[in-house]
Write a new protein. Structure first.
Length: 277
C-alpha cells in the first residue's frame, strides 16, 4: 500500500506518451501511452492492421507485434513497400526473384519482433513477452494485438471471454508499463459495419470498451483515399462518443503509406480538403 506521491514516483512511465507519428492525431491529443490499454476499432478491411503496422514502424520503440489476423507474406510486402516506396506488386515480384532484396530496408525494423500465431492464448502472449525480455533485456514499450477476436478465450460466452481478455491486457499494461494496443473488429452485420465512417463507441460491446484509456475508430473514404480517425474515448484528451469529430489521414495502399497530407501537400478537413498556405 502506497500513498499517491510514492506510487507516482515509483512508476517509470506515469502514462507517458509513445512518440507521435502523425501531426493531426497529436493536435487532437490522440496519443498511445505507456502502461495503458488502447484500442483501434473498425469494420474489417477499414485499415486497422496497416495503421498499426505503420505506427509501429514510425514510432521506433521496442515493439512486440502479435499479427494473428494478418499473415507473414502480407506484413512483409506492406513493410517492404512502406520502407522502400516500391508498390506492393513490385515488392512481390522482387521478393520472388530474391528473398533478400529488401533486407537493407527491413533492418530499420529491428526494434519490432513479430509473432504470427493465428490463435494465441493469454499464456502464449505472456510467454512471448518473457522471451522478449530475455532476448533484449528490456520489456517492449509497445505490444500490438491484431486482433482481439483471435485471442483464445477460456469462456464459452464470447463477450464474457473478450472482457476477461481485456482485463488481462489491462493488468499486462500495468505490469510491463507497455502500451498494449488492441485491434478490434466492429461487426459487418450491424449498421456500424460501414467502412466509410468511423463507428461510434456504442458499436463496441460495452464490457469490451470499458477498460481502454483510448479508443479510436477508423473509416476509409475510397473517393479521397482518406482514413478517418475518431477518438470515441480518451481519458487524456477530447473525444466524441459518436465518432463525428474525426480527423483525416491520407492513404496510399499501393506503397503502404499513411500521411498527414496528400501528394499535393493538402491537409484534410471534414468540409473540404484544403491546401496549406
Amino acid at each position: 500500500m502506497l500513498n499517491l506521491n510514492r506510487a507516482w514516483r515509483g512508476s517509470n512511465t506515469n502514462a507517458t506518451p509513445l512518440p507521435d507519428v502523425w501531426v493531426a492525431l497529436a493536435n487532437k491529443q490522440i496519443k498511445f501511452r505507456r502502461g495503458q490499454v488502447c484500442m483501434v476499432a473498425a469494420a474489417p478491411n477499414a485499415g486497422k492492421s496497416m495503421f498499426a503496422l505503420i505506427y509501429a514502424v514510425k514510432a521506433k520503440v521496442p515493439t512486440l507485434f502479435f499479427s494473428a489476423d494478418t499473415d507473414t507474406a502480407t506484413v512483409m510486402m506492406r513493410a517492404a513497400s512502406h520502407l522502400s516506396g516500391h508498390e506492393q506488386l513490385l515488392v512481390e515480384s522482387n521478393l520472388l526473384s530474391n528473398r533478400h532484396y529488401y533486407d537493407k530496408y527491413l533492418s530499420e525494423m529491428e526494434s519490432i519482433q513479430f509473432v504470427f500465431d493465428s490463435s494465441p492464448s493469454l499464456d502464449d502472449i505472456e510467454l512471448e513477452i518473457k522471451a522478449y525480455v530475455e532476448l533484449f533485456g528490456i520489456p517492449p514499450e509497445l505490444i500490438v494485438v491484431d486482433n482481439l477476436m483471435n485471442v483464445v478465450s477460456e469462456s464459452d460466452n464470447e463477450w464474457a471471454g473478450l472482457r476477461a481478455i481485456m482485463v488481462e491486457f489491462h493488468d499486462m499494461a500495468r505490469k510491463t508499463e507497455a502500451c498494449v494496443l488492441v485491434l478490434h473488429h466492429v461487426s459487418e452485420q450491424t449498421e456500424y459495419g460501414k467502412t466509410t465512417e468511423p463507428p461510434a463507441r456504442r458499436a463496441i460491446h460495452g464490457k469490451v470498451s470499458q477498460l481502454p484509456a483510448l479508443i479510436i475508430t477508423l473509416g476509409f473514404d475510397p473517393h479521397n483515399q482518406v482514413l478517418k480517425v475518431a477518438a470515441v474515448k480518451n481519458r487524456f484528451g477530447p473525444h466524441t462518443a459518436d465518432g463525428s469529430d474525426h480527423i483525416g489521414l491520407f492513404v496510399s495502399y499501393k506503397v503502404c503509406q499513411i500521411n498527414d497530407s496528400d501528394p499535393m501537400g493538402r491537409m484534410y478537413r471534414r468540409d473540404a480538403i484544403l491546401g496549406v498556405s
